[in-house]
Design a protein around this ligand. Structure first.
Ligand code: FAD
Length: 385
């Protein structure tokens, strides 16, 4: 006989416990709201990410309850950009940032979430979210969330499930039907070939690779490659052997660094296409609302910033200061003002990356007009929030 799962009721269900979901959960729980946060993995766990966080997010992370520098974060103040031939540009980063692994950062935030009273369901997978749009009163349990553990009925749902998930197909989101040509790969390593305060972006054919310091004397090496490299070279190792060696900086790293994982973390089908912010009344936050190209090194700051905007609005909504229509309109308005231009700038710059000639052209142009380089960096970054 099939066991009937218990039906759980809550005010807010957050699907996906990355930075966006964790930060929303902490703020909403602190405001006295009943929050369930569902994450399919169990903390701590590794994630494909360059692990460079722009300083614009530092105050906010501290306000959530952790100081990344207490956990070994390292300040990053300089930026190197190289073409496959080894032509290198060096810049000071106007705002700068810091390096810390997602393994540590997400884990520490998950501990704070639990302490604040968030019901954190780890190792639980969300299969489907159904919206009964006939239920329109604030106290109505409008959403039914089907998970691998229990079924939840919830007044509000936040979708913070990242770049791409099974739920995008269920919700028939436009971008989910389109093939996305990028794969992401990440390692942790030890090396003495890199200064501690630099974030480097090294181009290779049809891809680019970021390297920067994180805690415990480690570096994070993370790259984005066009899937045609996999088609041509069959395996990740072959891309690294054949294409990294062309760029003298990557060549040194790949041959001399001490790689700490047996296998890299890998994700595919990364999409930078525009997404809808609100889907079937589910409020998207972080990468599930829109993803900036990783070369801008700013996705985490954006995920955190969007969590701040959304949680503030939801607190007003539950305090009956605004209704749901106003909440949705305000969220769209703030989100567009903060992020639309940055996403567009990121997509535009990405065209110059991963090409032998185009990255050479970009670096030479930046060397001749350093003010242009600084302008582009500032277009893809925001202010402290
Ligand atoms: C190659 C690469 C390099 C990058 N480098 C940087 C960088 O250096 N700096 C930077 O700021 N940004 C970088 N980014 C972007 C950054 O990783 C993201 O913007 C950030 O992780 C977004 O956070 P999030 O909370 O929205 O999503 P995520 O951190 O992806 O979290 C989503 C969570 O939802 C969970 N989930 C998904 N589906 C379900 C489900 N059905 N049920 C339950 N749980 C589910 C996932 O397990 C995941 O933990 C990079 C991205 C890539 C691809």
């Amino acid at each position: 006989m099939t066991k009937i799962k218990e039906l759980i009721s809550t005010q807010i269900t957050i699907v996906g416990g990355g930075l966006a979901g964790l930060a929303c959960s902490i703020r909403l729980a602190r405001a006295g709201l009943k929050v369930i946060l569902i994450e399919k993995n169990t903390y701590p766990f590794h994630k494909v990410c360059g692990e460079y966080i722009s300083n614009e997010a530092l105050n906010y992370i501290q306000s959530l309850g952790i100081n990344p520098f207490d956990f070994g974060a390292v300040s990053l103040e300089k930026f190197w950009l190289s073409s496959p031939s080894g032509n290198k540009l060096e810049l000071d980063l106007p705002l700068g940032g810091f390096g810390i692994s997602r393994y540590t950062l997400d884990y520490e935030l998950s501990k704070i979430a639990k302490k604040e009273g968030v019901q954190l369901w780890e190792g639980v997978f969300v299969k489907d979210i159904v919206n009964n749009d006939k239920l329109n009163k604030k106290k109505d349990y409008k959403f039914v969330i089907e998970t691998s553990k229990n079924t939840i009925q919830s007044q509000i749902v936040i979708g913070s499930y990242g770049k791409r998930s099974n739920l995008d197909n269920k919700l028939k989101r436009d971008f989910s039907t389109k093939n996305s040509p990028y794969i992401g790969v990440k390692y942790h390593l030890r090396t003495n070939l890199m200064p501690n305060n630099v974030i480097a972006l090294h181009n290779f054919w049809r891809g680019y690779c970021g390297i920067s310091r994180i805690e415990d004397d480690k570096f994070c090496l993370c790259y984005l490659s066009h899937k045609n490299n996999i088609i041509d070279f069959k395996k990740i190792e072959n891309i690294e052997k054949q294409l990294f060696t062309e760029n003298p900086f990557l060549n040194q790293i790949i041959k001399k660094a001490d790689f700490l994982y047996e296998k890299p973390e890998i994700i595919n089908q990364i999409s930078f296409l525009p997404k809808k912010l609100i889907e079937n009344d589910i409020l998207m936050c972080g990468d599930s609302a829109g993803m900036i190209t990783p070369l801008c090194g700013n996705g985490m700051a954006m995920a955190l910033h969007s969590s701040k905007i959304l949680s503030d609005l939801l607190i007003n909504y539950f305090n009956t200061k605004i209704d749901f229509t106003i909440l949705k309109n305000e969220y769209q308005k703030y989100w567009s003002t903060e992020f639309r231009l940055r996403l567009k700038a990121g997509r535009t710059v990405q065209h110059f990356f991963g090409g032998r000639k185009s990255s050479e052209f970009l670096i030479n142009t930046f060397k001749h007009i350093p003010s242009l380089a600084r302008k582009i960096v500032s277009l893809t970054h925001g202010k402290s929030f």
